[in-house]
Design a protein around this ligand. Structure first.
Ligand SMILES: Nc1nc2c(ncn2[C@@H]2O[C@H](COP(=O)(O)OP(=O)(O)OP(=O)(O)O)[C@@H](O)[C@H]2O)c(=O)[nH]1
Ligand SMILES: [Mg+2]
Length: 316
């Protein structure tokens, strides 16, 4: 059984803590400052809390919702001291992060005909190819037979980049010439993967702006091609978002979600941003789970996302 979206690892908290250190300095340090001492829980304190949440890019709507929940409890005299306010703040955020109806542990090998097909999509430069390299490494280590599909035929360099990652994990790569129809690559890769009894096929796609309808149509064609070879494919469409783009990433996500049938998010470059709160905004607005978090450029810098661990890494 391949635990593609399996339980968190022991080192997860430490690794997340490292990667969200900038967000934590922004958010937790401010929250801590606001909530320490003998200050009463009053409107001024709540206002300061609101601005701390906004600065971490948790988003206007999400912040409003969280604050409304806290205010209500304060009014009902359930939260009289700052310590309990922090606990409730964490609870509220955790509730949002665990709400998406698509389960984040959705990999049951028996539920889908092998191979499982994963499309990786997103705008230019968000970290799609790198994420595929990291994911391939994880899956291979767990004993899965992985095939990569170089369906970013737009640039010659894109195929070579994926080839380097394929070699690192010693997996098969299916490619065609630069400029070839990406759907043809998908067809070849899935046919070959099925013939070889592979467990997982990961499809690298060219970066595309969510506003370009011809490119979104191309993605749709790739998906239809996949379904023809393996009914039910693609089983996952992972949208890769660059955390450093903050709220702009959320707009991209919205468009991809409505056009490309995204089933989960990979949030990359969390190591370089104080905007880690965007995880909460994405989950709440799109009702989509964050599956993985990218914490650096190296092969091991991909952590399965776990809500409780994430909230703890932000606030403690
Ligand atoms: N710091 C950091 N850098 C990352 C992470 N993920 C990817 N990168 C870097 O982001 C840059 C772009 O990565 P790619 O994987 O080429 O992005 P892409 O989405 O495939 O790009 P296109 O195919 O051109 O759309 C590279 O320099 C990666 O090393 C991450 O989690 N943290
Ligand atoms: Mg790429």
């Amino acid at each position: 059984m391949i635990s593609l979206f399996g339980p968190p690892e022991p080192t997860l908290l430490e690794r997340l803590k490292d990667s969200v250190s900038k967000t934590r300095t922004e958010l937790a340090a401010r929250v801590e400052q606001i909530l320490t001492g003998d200050r009463p829980v009053d409107p001024e304190l709540l206002r300061q809390l609101e601005s701390a949440l906004l600065s971490a890019d948790i988003g206007v709507q999400t912040t409003k919702e969280v604050l409304a929940g806290l205010r209500q409890q304060v009014n009902e005299h359930k939260l009289e001291e700052p310590g309990s306010l922090k606990r409730e703040l964490k609870n509220q955020i955790l509730k949002i992060l665990t709400a998406p109806s698509i389960s984040s542990n959705g990999f049951d090998a028996k539920a889908t005909a092998a191979p499982r097909v994963i499309f990786v999509v997103g705008v230019n430069g968000t970290g799609k190819t790198t994420t595929i390299g990291k994911l391939t490494n994880r899956l291979t280590k767990e004993g899965a037979k992985v095939v990569l599909a170089a369906a970013d035929t737009f640039r010659a360099a894109a195929i070579e980049q994926l080839e380097v990652w394929a070699r690192r994990s010693a997996v098969e790569l299916v490619k065609q010439k630069p400029g070839a129809d990406p759907s043809a690559v998908v067809f070849d890769a899935l046919t070959s993967a099925r013939a070889r009894g592979a467990d997982v096929v990961i499809v690298d796609t060219a970066g595309r702006l969510h506003t370009k309808s011809n490119l979104m149509a191309e993605l749709d064609k790739m998906k239809r091609t996949a379904a023809k070879v393996i009914p039910g494919a693609p089983h996952d469409v992972l949208l890769v978002l660059d955390a450093t783009t903050g709220q702009n990433g959320l707009n991209q996500a919205r468009e991809f979600w409505s056009h490309a049938g995204v089933t989960g998010i990979v949030l990359t470059k969390l190591d370089g941003t104080a905007k880690g709160g965007i995880v909460v905004a994405i989950t709440r607005e799109l009702n989509l789970p964050v599956r993985f978090v990218g914490t650096g450029e190296k092969i091991d810098d991909l952590v399965p996302f776990d809500a409780q661990t994430y909230v703890n890494s932000l606030f403690d």
